[in-house]
Design a protein. Structure first.
Length: 157
């Protein structure tokens, strides 16, 4: 009868970590591809009003966002509603230049499809929204959409 003997104490071999960097880079690229980058840093508080009949924009890349709301840092900027274009505060007269820059940044075929999205806080008075709409008309930006949040059907909330 044969006997099996253990000759000395054998150690467990180390784990091969050669492909670890490949896996990490795969995860990095995966998250880079699926992550949406924020368009602008918000300096105004925007809680859009509720709506029941909403449609999603087909191409968000063809929409220029105009934010209107109370500044987040009220001690520094006051409590009056302000307009934000990209990453800075602006006045109504600055909208013309903003729209022209947005048009210039697009190719010729996309220019007729551009729209302006008003992301307005629900507590903002309509006077400033009317002023913005008048300025957009003067520039020839007639496609205007309003950002809302989904509301309850049949309710007047």
């Amino acid at each position: 009868m044969a006997r099996f003997r253990k000759e000395g104490k054998k150690e467990i071999p180390a784990i091969n970590t050669g492909s670890m960097s490949d896996i990490i880079f795969m995860f990095l690229f995966f998250f880079m591809v699926i992550t949406n980058m924020r368009e602008a840093t918000l300096y105004v508080r925007v809680l859009p009003p509720q709506a029941t009949e909403i449609q999603k924009l087909e191409k968000k890349s063809l929409a220029s966002s105009i934010y209107v709301g109370q500044p987040i840092k009220t001690a520094m900027f006051g409590t009056e509603p302000r307009i934000q274009l990209n990453d800075q505060f602006a006045e109504v007269k600055d909208i013309r230049e903003f729209i022209e820059k947005e048009r210039a940044a697009r190719n010729e075929f996309d220019r007729p499809l551009l729209s302006s999205t008003l992301k307005v806080d629900g507590e903002v008075k309509m006077g400033i929204v009317t002023d913005i709409k008048q300025e957009l008309r003067q520039v020839g930006a007639f496609k205007i959409t309003y950002a809302t949040r989904r509301g309850k059907k049949g309710g007047n909330d």
